[in-house]
Design a binder for this molecule. Sequence first.
Ligand SMILES: Cc1cc2nc3c(=O)[nH]c(=O)nc-3n(C[C@H](O)[C@H](O)[C@H](O)COP(=O)(O)OP(=O)(O)OC[C@H]3O[C@@H](n4cnc5c(N)ncnc54)[C@H](O)[C@@H]3O)c2cc1C
Length: 390
Amino acid sequence: MQRRNVIVVGAGPVGTVAALACARRGLSVTLLEAQARIDDSPRASTTQPPTLEILAELGLVDEYIRVGLTARTFEFWDRPTLERIAVFDFERLHGETDFPFVVQTEQHKLANMAIARLRSMPNAEVLLGTPVTAIEQDEDLVTVMAGERRFTADYVVGADGGRSTVRKSLGIEFEGYTWPERFLVITTKFDFAAALGCCFRSYMADPSEWTNLFKVAGDDLKGRWRAVFNTREDESDEEALSDAAVRARLARIYVPEPARDYLHLNLYNVHQRVARHFRKGRVFLCGDAAHVNNPIGGLGLNSGIHEAWHLSALLNRALRGENADLDDYENIRRPLNIKYVQEQTVANKKRLEEREPAQRAKRFAELRAMADDPRRHKAFLMRAALLERS
Ligand SMILES: Cc1cc2nc3c(=O)[nH]c(=O)nc-3n(C[C@H](O)[C@H](O)[C@H](O)COP(=O)(O)OP(=O)(O)OC[C@H]3O[C@@H](n4cnc5c(N)ncnc54)[C@H](O)[C@@H]3O)c2cc1C
């Protein structure tokens, strides 16, 4: 078996970007994916400005924007009264980024797009249906086992998701906690923008049950909405997924009775966890393999793509014998994830679920004040878009 520069484990959005970024720098790359096809169930879609900049560098951004929806603003609402509390406008980021907006493109589209590019490159190979089972390394090289098959490389990128086999085989702890409630995503063709006047990214606070509304393009580009809810802590999965409970939730976000049909349901556990280390020897962790968080604010996947980009540059320099400190990866990326992704997603969740009336009023007043003050508005967006770097 030919030794590669880099093996990437996992062809999710992070692994495919890592592989493409390495291949475009001229490195020989093998991408190993357990599944025979890319999972297209509804997961992340919000793509922040710095991530769009990376996709531009990779030559993917035009296609990416074409198969998604552009959202210039996001809004906070009070769900019980249907009052719009604050609007944040990415136009305020003009001059800070070439992309003063987010793009809502489903993550499987990015993975499939990057795989198509990799398949056209002579220095890259993509092996689907190849689950990695173990990793061994010495000072000189890494060996990746996929059942009976063995692959060798100078470096390995573990981008194999929250349950990462790579992280476990390195014995790295995944520190943090799991929230007691789960998140339910209802995908529907009901047009919330037309019915409620909300934008394509709308966060609706409610002390009993919050809702976030997002519009995505869908594979047919005809458009559909995802309504994300918290479940009750004592609610069983079966109950949350029951037709009656789903229709009741749609009723609580003002969907009229005849329009309460839905296309898809997704119920999942939500965690805040960060790996104790992002690197062990010649093996690196990226994306959900390194950290997981609640999705409110659309930050986890974006930070994973930033890591993939940063790591590809470091590995490229190291492999070409240029000055590269591979410890920079963990030293820079791990604190960034804690400060910008973990802290903000926890704060975002608390903002939506606040139960105490005086605290709710205070949080709403704070949001209004931020939106009204140009300097604070921009500062809030710089953090929310992961453009602020320290
Ligand atoms: C059910 C669910 C719903 C979500 N919803 C949202 C949302 O609404 N909004 C949001 O912002 N984020 C959401 N997220 C989080 C978001 O999807 C992740 O942050 C994102 O997928 C991370 O990308 P990744 O490439 O790091 O990992 P993944 O997308 O998990 O990709 C990992 C890949 O590795 C492969 N793999 C796993 N083990 C092996 C192995 N041993 N060998 C080879 N390949 C392997 C997997 O098959 C997969 O293709 C959700 C996550 C989940 C699990």
